[in-house]
Design a protein around this ligand. Structure first.
Ligand code: AKG
Length: 286
């Protein structure tokens, strides 16, 4: 985890403040993360994508629509995935060549129940409390309200031990007993946000998508990033066609795994993965 004593004197004060909040509280907020033009472009891009995906289980949400691999579904999503304010946090938190691990739109429809409480990097089986291995950003496209399923999170839960997590809720199916549900509810804060606002939190922070008791959908999207040595949730090598990768910025190519984590993690048949994007590249494995 970021430590105050590692502070870079060149770091801007907003980044320094956000890093301190992440360290102490486990989350930070970026109001007005998307300007009006970008928000409008995001809406148009998502309107095109929404309507054909359905949640398949309680975690995805039976009444929640998720559009995966969002970064490859429009230039605006490329730009947002490499936003300088988020990159500044990642530069301080992780080794170089950190990765995008998940990118998806989340549209919670009316009647959806609360998602199970969870931490986004719980599948890295390293005992808690531990430094975060991933960082999550959730951006509101619709207003996020108490009624429509604003993200719910427990401040400082990134510091909880495994025993505290296990003692507080059931990890196997995420369902909390009635008693635990009440305890958790008392600690939970809702990330109510205006369209374009963003909340950023540690992969170790306990949170969930809220229930939608309103009559309209709650649309948002998330970009999640991880340390360069960690396996990513989405397999972007297979999920994003090379023709698209070629059109992306060098930074985004690196976020999608077209980089080497020294000395040789990520090599492709002993070569840099960017070589595979060259027009004359021939895979040496027949
Ligand atoms: O949609 C949200 O507010 C949170 C969703 C979430 O935490 C997840 O799907 O992992």
């Amino acid at each position: 985890m970021y430590k105050a004593e590692q502070e870079d004197p060149q770091m801007d004060t907003e980044t320094t403040r956000r890093l301190r909040e992440l360290e102490v509280e486990g989350f930070t907020r970026i109001p007005g993360f998307l300007d009006a033009a970008t928000l409008a472009e995001v809406r148009t891009g998502l309107d095109r994508e929404l309507g054909s995906h359905k949640g398949r289980n309680n975690f995805e949400g039976e009444k929640t629509e998720r559009v995966y691999t969002l970064v490859a579904r429009g230039k605006v999503f490329e730009r947002v995935a490499e936003d300088a304010r988020i990159m500044a946090l990642l530069d301080a938190l992780f080794q170089p060549n950190y990765l995008l691990t998940a990118t998806q739109a989340i549209c919670i429809h009316p009647g959806e129940t609360p998602q199970p409480f969870h931490a986004d990097d719980s599948f890295y089986a390293i005992p808690r409390p531990r430094p975060m291995i991933s960082l999550t950003a959730i951006v509101a496209v619709d207003p996020f309200t108490a009624e429509n399923g604003a993200t719910e999170y427990i401040p400082r839960s990134h510091l909880w031990s495994d025993d505290e997590v296990q003692g507080t809720y059931l990890l196997d199916d995420g369902a909390a007993s009635d008693t635990n549900e009440k305890r958790l509810a008392a600690m939970t804060v809702r990330a109510t946000m205006a369209p374009g606002d963003c909340i950023v939190f540690a992969g170790t922070l306990i949170h969930r998508g809220g229930a939608n008791h309103s009559h309209a959908a709650r649309l948002g999207f998330t970009n999640q990033y991880c340390a360069p040595w960690a396996r990513t949730q989405e397999n972007f090598y297979l999920g994003v066609p090379p023709e698209k990768i070629r059109q992306m910025s060098p930074k985004l190519q690196s976020l999608l795994g077209y980089s080497i984590h020294p000395p040789f993690m990520g090599q492709v048949t002993a070569r840099h993965p960017l070589k595979t994007l060259e027009a004359d590249y021939v895979c040496p494995v027949a």
